[in-house]
Design a protein around this ligand. Sequence first.
Ligand SMILES: [Zn+2]
Length: 212
Amino acid sequence: MTTSVASSEPDLSAAVPAPGQPTAAIDNGRVADLIAQLLVELGEDPAREGLIGTPDRVAAWWSGFLSPDGTATATCFTESQLSGQLVIVGGMSVWSLCEHHMLPMNLQVTAGYVPEGDVVGLSKFGRIAQHFAGRLQVQERFTRQVAEYLTGVIGREDIAVAARGVHLCMSMRGVRMEEARTTTVQTSGRFRTDPVLSQQFLTVAAGQWGAP
Ligand SMILES: [Zn+2]
């Protein structure tokens, strides 16, 4: 068995900006001013004791959130004897912001693929998910973007990505909504044509999430 690092590593930071990904540097001072204005419009006094420094902290938070680690490269290792095995990476939890309400959503992510000669470094899956979560998002697009990125990494279509989301824009609203969950699944290649493979993936994904 030989192990080597493939040379054709896609660089997340070089990826074409997708919808919701900021392309310009953020002016923290300008954002802080706007947050202070927002507080005034919401009937608050930005100069009162508890709010001093809040606009600056909010601006710094936005800056960090919108700049997730873009240096992660999805390393592939040659492992010819592992071809054909179903690989599932689950238990990944990332936070994103719903672009309709600008409120947080927590996404539990499970990704699966079938190696053919190359395996993807397992630690990279979480970085990839984090990369696409650090922007204004919708869960459906997030799931598709992670799947499409992984397709590019492994160079084939045999990819499945499932996400279960808790959206605060739903959970904070009204009675009995805090248990609401949204599930999205994006499959391609053999995960669409092979019902057994698809079912194996979904069973493991559902097991990762637990009830309900
Ligand atoms: Zn929302």
